[in-house]
Design a protein around this ligand. Sequence first.
Ligand SMILES: Nc1nc2c(ncn2[C@@H]2O[C@H](COP(=O)(O)OP(=O)(O)OP(=O)(O)O)[C@@H](O)[C@H]2O)c(=O)[nH]1
Length: 293
Amino acid sequence: MVDVYLFSGFLGSGKTTLLKNMLIQVKEAGLKPAVFMNELGELAIDSDEVEDGVPLKELLDGCICCTGSEKSEAQIQTLLAEEEFDVLLIETTGAAHPVEALDAIFSPLFAEKLNFRGIVTVADSKRWLDRDRMSPQIRSLFLEQIRHADLILANKMDLLTDKEQGEVVFGIQALNSEARIVQTSGAKIPYKLMETLSTGPKESVETAEIGKLNLNTRVFRFAEPVKREVFEQWLRNLPETVYRIKGYVPLEGDKYPHAFQYAYGMAQWLPEYMKMQPQIVVIGEGIDGVELP
Ligand SMILES: Nc1nc2c(ncn2[C@@H]2O[C@H](COP(=O)(O)OP(=O)(O)OP(=O)(O)O)[C@@H](O)[C@H]2O)c(=O)[nH]1
């Protein structure tokens, strides 16, 4: 049986960071991992982060929970037919309800093959503190992802004071008293901690109504390089409802576009040593008016 873990958590909370950490540790434990990824938007950016040699399937521009679990089922079935592996790590989009995303895994097709171990939710601790500023639907999704977790990473602790850290852990514990909560920076946990999970099928869990999410994704392609100051000024002026940006930004004077990440007001630039497509995906609510600088 293949052990299956489902990574949940809001946009930009640190799921891919956790995935990368886990891939290293699973291999170190002498096990073979495989990955199933689900991205919002038509660009496969997170999958660039999974190193070659790890079996990977992805579902683009949709959500594991709402574009029909059949597609996900088919992808997982192909993965099982084509590859040999011991552990399947599933990264859902930040817009997925974790329990609804379980549908594909609990398909009768996989009853003898997949051993579901649990939902691991990565919570952006800074966002937790500011949760009252979210729109009601987004807030409800954010809380549901935490409420249904079997293990919770209170991530991005490096951005919080000691007092805030305590506040986050108490708050999260009050919302989900069953799950173990670990304070993390860079989503670092030992794989052994995930191995302690063994929840089995989730029977008749009550999920709260989230309402219609008005999350949109837009892809912008750069016609030419931009000045870094101009781009950063543009970021500062974005509406608060832009939750996530990722992709490759061509900067004036640099040979290759830089890998770029933006989540909750925090930008991260990484040098890229290959010529990646100069494009970014912007995810948020009411982003029709957003244009590149
Ligand atoms: N300061 C800080 N940044 C972090 C931490 N964990 C992750 N990040 C950064 O947060 C950004 C988003 O991290 P990802 O791992 O891509 O988040 P994600 O949940 O996979 O994002 P989506 O797939 O878009 O939902 C990246 O720039 C990470 O480097 C942390 O503990 N502290």
